[in-house]
Design a binder for this molecule. Structure first.
Ligand code: AMP
Length: 173
């Protein structure tokens, strides 16, 4: 917690000087990691199989109230990601005939993943550059969670609120 600002008095030694701002909060938000988000939201991962139908996928998206689902093989290895955007595109391409299609024909196969120790800034850069809103989190054992752009923005907003409160405390003491 930063100490409250006090104007320097005559007689103060350099070491007793206080500062109006601490870098603690800025550093905290810059260093916030993907793992911090998983720590608050948990490690739930909803997955489907490549051979499942789009009909099944839309039920999972509805029931779990999510916008994308990872696709895994029988060993649990990540083989794709299917988002509501992929389904909308398929709906436009095959009107009235989309639901029986296989997930593997509609999903994105080249999935970009992130590790828990990456910063939130790099997660945002990945999502912005790749134009997607979901990133599976992996470690050496495989999938350990999923973060969305909404999670990152919410986390940042909470950090900003915290910083604003700290600023207020600095000002009013
Ligand atoms: P989204 O914005 O996440 O709904 O996804 C937009 C498009 O990007 C869809 O075609 C998804 O299949 C694809 N996509 C979503 N997440 C990823 C990811 N982490 N890596 C690669 N492609 C993705």
């Amino acid at each position: 917690m930063p100490t409250s600002y006090r104007a320097t008095n005559r007689g103060d030694t350099a070491s007793t000087k206080t500062t109006s701002q601490s870098t603690d909060t800025n550093l905290a938000s810059k260093d916030a990691s993907v793992g911090d988000i998983l720590a608050s939201k948990g490690n739930a991962i909803f997955s489907i199989r490549p051979q499942d139908t789009i009909g099944h996928a839309v039920e999972v998206l509805r029931d779990k109230r999510i916008g994308a689902v990872v696709v895994t093989d029988a060993n649990g290895a990540l083989v794709g990601i299917l988002s509501e955007r992929d389904i909308v595109r398929k709906l436009a391409d095959t009107p009235g005939k989309t639901l029986p299609h296989k997930v593997e024909d509609v999903m994105t196969k080249d999935v970009q993943t992130i590790s828990a120790d990456e910063t939130l800034v790099s997660a945002l850069q990945m999502m912005t550059n790749g134009r997607f809103r979901h990133v599976p989190v992996t470690d050496s054992t495989g999938l350990i969670g999923m973060i969305t752009i909404g999670d990152v923005v919410n986390h940042r907003l909470s950090a900003l609120e915290h910083e604003a409160l700290q600023m207020k405390q600095l000002i009013v003491g």
